[in-house]
Design a protein around this ligand. Structure first.
Ligand SMILES: [Zn+2]
Length: 467
């Protein structure tokens, strides 16, 4: 039987860090130890020298755009981008056209995912058409194995409907995930409301638009006892609310997106639509609070909010261009760079290849700040992108899933091999995703995914997708 041997790496999982080779046969890890050799008839050796070998990454928040937005991404291309970034599983968001609000639509995406280069889990909508008025047939959809329900792209505005959805969700053992945005407060906003939005003359959405819905939902969680997950939280006030909810014992989890850990609203100064995202880039105080929240464990996971858009849409004027940026291929490297105390240097290249804009004026302080409490250990880094998100999505082994480790004999072979020392410059033109709307173009990052193993198959070898 065909075997794969990952040789010379350092194994990192929830059980710690040790020097070990990893032998894979079929879809499983069959041996972990020093100086291993294959025993089968054909052994393919992949060099993991100087690398971290860890359970594959799990993304809680990926927009795959299929059905309806295939011009920007498909299940297949999104999964290829995910594998390139070290992900072995992603949760596909339901804001497709039409929305994933019924069992048959969910079944179609799951079927497309079966041949993809990463496991595709699906989050289904909470309300029909994500219109916020009628609940979907949650029980029927949950029966397909769907664990997360969200109207992401929008928050559920109607508190009474949200309360009812939470009551149903606890009976079904599923979790509701909220995109916290009070639409009345956020109306017409294209960036964060603050000093920069006034200076630039762009309508902003205030931090309270996020925090008001978050506070409302935390009250509903307290009342119903139903668990909730909070998507892409972006403000210092949100971190404080989550911290208080957790210390009161509420069953809540939260994620932050990589871009909110790096950029401030000053990045919008060049009107580069690559920096237009929802929730918007916030202030330096928010970036600092999010970093502390992640490092203190108030925030459980980092999720990409990978939001591909075709170039034509992002070339529209700032107030017309859609929100969102890609992230699957840069997330781990970016996170490693900022949590290990490396400085990000950049000759900024916009998504369209233009150089020399003043887009980063004022963000230098953010970039050069060290990580709170000193550099992260590899186990701390991989916890927030692998085993903690695996648990939230119920893709971990304890929940019957195949991700998040630990890496041991008998475990599913979903693995990433990451070289923490390789430096590289992000080139939007060489992205694997069908879309190139990255704000990280031109940045020099430290650390790069070398190989990705999905279900025992080497889907990415030496940074190159194998199909
Ligand atoms: Zn969202």
């Amino acid at each position: 039987m065909h075997e794969l041997l990952l040789r010379g790496g350092t194994l990192v999982d929830g059980q710690g860090e040790r020097r070990a080779d990893v032998l894979v046969r079929g879809r499983e890890v069959v041996a972990v130890g020093e100086e291993l050799n294959g025993v089968g008839s054909s052994v393919r050796v992949l060099d993991a020298g100087g690398c971290i070998v860890a359970p594959g990454l799990v993304d809680l928040h990926t927009h795959l755009r299929e059905p309806g937005g295939e011009v920007a991404e498909t299940v297949e291309t999104g999964a290829r981008a995910a594998a390139t970034g070290g992900y072995t599983a992603v949760v596909a968001m339901p804001n497709t056209e039409p929305a994933l609000d019924n069992a048959s639509a969910v079944r179609d995406v799951l079927a497309l995912g079966r041949s993809a280069m990463a496991e595709i889990a699906v989050a289904a909508a909470i309300t029909v058409g994500r219109r916020g008025t009628t609940l979907v047939a949650m029980a029927e959809i949950a029966a397909l194995g769907v664990h997360i329900f969200t109207d992401d792209g929008r928050g559920v505005q109607d508190a009474r409907l949200m309360r009812r959805a939470l009551e149903y969700s606890s009976d079904l053992g599923i979790v509701l995930a909220q995109h916290c945005e009070d639409e009345a407060l956020a109306a017409g906003g294209h960036m964060h409301e603050g000093a920069w939005s006034s200076r630039l003359g762009i309508t902003g959405q205030p931090a309270v638009a996020e925090e008001a819905m978050l506070a409302r939902d935390l009250s509903l969680v307290r009342e119903t006892g139903a668990p909730m997950h909070f998507l892409h939280i972006s403000t210092a006030g949100s971190v404080e609310l989550i911290a208080r909810a957790k210390s009161a014992g509420l069953p809540v989890t939260a994620e932050v997106a990589p871009h909110h850990l790096l950029f401030t609203d000053a990045a919008v100064a060049g009107y580069d639509t690559a920096f237009k995202v929802n929730p918007p880039l916030r202030t330096e105080a928010d970036v600092r609070a999010l970093r502390h929240g992640l490092s203190d464990g108030v925030i459980d996971a980092v999720a990409t909010d990978h939001a591909p858009h075709q170039a034509e849409r992002k070339e529209e004027p700032f107030d017309l261009a859609p929100f969102g940026m890609t992230g699957l291929e840069t997330s781990l490297a970016l996170l490693h760079t900022i949590t290990s105390g490396h400085t990000i240097t950049s000759a900024h290249i916009g998504a369209s290849g233009d150089t020399g804009t003043s887009a980063h004026t004022g963000t230098d302080a953010t970039w050069h700040d060290g990580w709170p409490g000193g550099p992260c250990t590899p186990a701390e880094l991989f916890a927030v992108v692998s085993w903690r998100p695996a648990r939230i999505a119920k893709l971990d082994r304890a929940s019957g899933g195949r991700h998040g480790g630990p890496v041991e004999a008998g475990a599913p072979a979903n693995l990433v091999v990451f070289d923490p020392n390789e430096t590289w410059i992000v080139d939007p033109g060489r992205m694997v995703s069908r879309s190139r709307n990255t704000p990280f173009g031109g940045m020099k990052l430290t650390g790069r995914v070398r190989h990705t193993i999905h279900e025992g198959e080497a889907v990415v070898v030496d940074q190159t997708p194998q199909r």
